[in-house]
Structure formats: structure tokens, C-alpha cells
Design a protein around this ligand. Structure first.
Ligand code: SF4
Length: 278
């Protein structure tokens, strides 16, 4: 038989149940009044509420600091410890790294594209690298593909201001070529630091290059989209890059499925403090 949640039973019914159980156990010779039963039920209810509250608090505490990045100082091990590693805020980090020329892209960019959005976002959207519009404006996802991303977010009730949007690379590769592994290796520590400061619970990786770069794998889109994966503690879901959706509108249905999954898991997290199993 399905067990009833005692918190759903009305108080009067609880008292009746309690009196019935009591008389079954001890017989009618034992003196028990409605007032005594009421006190007993109230006490049980208080214990139940307290335990539910402490359970909720424990879940929330255990998920507050969830993203644990890999060691990201190693690329600079032969230099003095760079000051950006100790940044405690995104604005400070941005100021520290915006003049970076660790790879050649630092010499060809028009603008450094750090990322925009909520510094305490629960969801971070990560693409591969800035394109021409982004390079021009210094902001990620602002061209036609960016506008589509904004619409996709709005379709699941999110605004650009609620989430944080960035790319793995902070500078545009000429002619939008795929980033070289050496460029990624030099730039990725900045992303780890950003995520370490933001502590997102969810990551939406857009595009196969971004996803494979983050996961250090060589998957096909069909193998990795539509499910949650563990990304250093955060839950990552992968979908098509909006630029790919502009070229292949048939894929929009898959992206819709992916972002709906993200929204459902985010709601579950907001309501119960639970992250999807991975
Ligand atoms: S792409 Fe990254 S590592 Fe290269 S110059 Fe720009 S910020 Fe520096």
C-alpha cells in the first residue's frame, strides 16, 4: 500500500489516528484526553518540520560550492605567480587579464571578450570563441547567432542577465578558424578561474568544439547531447551552437529538447536543492 506523507494529513485526522493507535496499544483503560493527544501531535509535527528544514539546509549547503576546477596554475609554473589567480571577483579578474598576449590572438583581436552576465549565475553558457561581431563589440554572442541564443534562453524563461555567457577563448581567431590546441591550453585557465568565482550549478556548452574542448574528448554531437554530464562538479549539458542552428534549422528541435531538460533540472534544483544524477 502506498505510504501516506504525514505532513499531508489534516491535524484533526492526525489526532483521531493518534487516539485510535493509543487505545489499540494500551486499551481504553488508559486515560488520554484530546488535549494530551493534541500536544503529542503538535510535538511530532514540530520535530518533522525541524528535520525537513535541516535536510533542506544540508542539501543547499552541500551544493553551494560545487565547481572544483582542475589545477589551472600549471601553465604559468615557470613564471612568477600571476596576480589574476588570486582575484576574488570577476571584475578584478577581467581587469587583470584583459591585456593578455599569451598567444598570438592577443595581437590580432580588436577587443578582449571576457563574458557578461550575473557574477553569481547558477547557469553558465560557454561557446568556443568570439566571432567578428563579438570581437567588434567586446561581448559574447551578440551577432545573429547571439540573438538566437537570447531567444532560446527566453523560451525557457531565462534572461541574459540571469545567466553568465562566455567563451573558452577570450580573443577571436582570424576568420573564425577553429582555435589551435595551444591557444586553448593557454586560455582555458581563465575560464576555470571564471567558473571558480561564479560557482555555477549548470553549464550549457554550445557547439561541438566547445563541448569537446571542455570535456577533452572527441565525441559526435549525437553522442553527447540530451544528457547531463559531470564537469568538475557542475552539471553540463551540450547542445548545438546557435550559428549551426541558423545554418540547419532542423536541429532546432534537438536544442529545444536540450534546453527544456536544462530548465526542468534547474527548477528541480531551485525547488529541492537537488542536482541531476550523472
Ligand atoms: S586568446 Fe586567451 S591566451 Fe590568447 S591572448 Fe587572448 S586571452 Fe590571452
Amino acid at each position: 500500500m502506498e505510504e501516506m506523507n504525514t505532513s499531508e494529513i489534516p491535524l484533526t485526522q492526525k489526532i483521531e489516528l493518534y487516539l485510535k493507535q493509543y487505545s489499540e496499544q494500551y486499551g481504553n483503560t488508559v486515560f488520554i484526553t484530546q488535549d494530551i493527544a493534541l500536544e503529542q501531535v503538535a510535538e511530532e509535527q514540530a520535530i518533522e518540520t525541524e528535520s525537513m528544514a535541516s535536510k533542506k539546509q544540508a542539501t543547499q549547503q552541500s551544493t553551494t560550492h560545487i565547481f572544483t576546477p582542475p589545477e589551472y596554475t600549471s601553465v604559468d609554473m615557470f613564471q612568477d605567480r600571476p596576480s589574476w589567480i588570486d582575484a576574488t571577483e570577476l571584475t578584478v579578474l577581467q581587469k587583470e587579464i584583459c591585456t593578455c598576449t599569451k598567444c598570438d590572438l592577443g595581437n590580432t583581436r580588436k577587443n578582449f571578450v571576457f563574458g557578461v552576465g550575473n557574477p553569481n549565475a547558477e547557469i553558465v553558457i560557454i561557446g568556443e570563441a568570439p566571432g567578428a561581431d563579438e570581437d567588434e563589440q567586446g561581448e559574447p554572442f551578440v551577432g545573429r547567432a547571439g540573438q538566437l541564443l537570447t531567444k532560446i534562453l527566453e523560451a525557457i524563461g531565462l534572461t541574459r542577465e540571469e545567466v553568465f555567457i562566455c567563451n573558452i577563448l577570450k580573443c577571436r581567431p582570424p576568420n573564425n578558424r577553429t582555435p589551435f590546441p595551444s591557444e586553448t591550453e593557454l586560455c582555458e585557465p581563465y575560464l576555470y578561474k571564471q567558473l571558480d568565482l561564479i560557482q555555477p550549478k549548470f553549464i550549457l556548452a554550445v557547439g561541438l568544439t566547445a563541448a569537446n574542448t571542455l570535456l577533452k574528448q572527441t565525441n559526435k554531437m549525437g553522442e553527447i547531447r540530451g544528457k547531463f554530464m559531470n564537469y568538475y562538479g557542475a552539471r553540463m549539458i551540450v547542445t548545438y551552437h546557435p550559428a549551426a542552428l541558423l545554418r540547419n534549422p532542423n536541429w532546432k528541435v534537438h536544442t529545444w529538447e536540450d534546453v527544456k531538460m536544462l530548465r526542468a533540472a534547474y527548477d528541480e534544483y531551485l525547488n529541492k536543492g537537488i542536482l541531476p544524477e550523472v
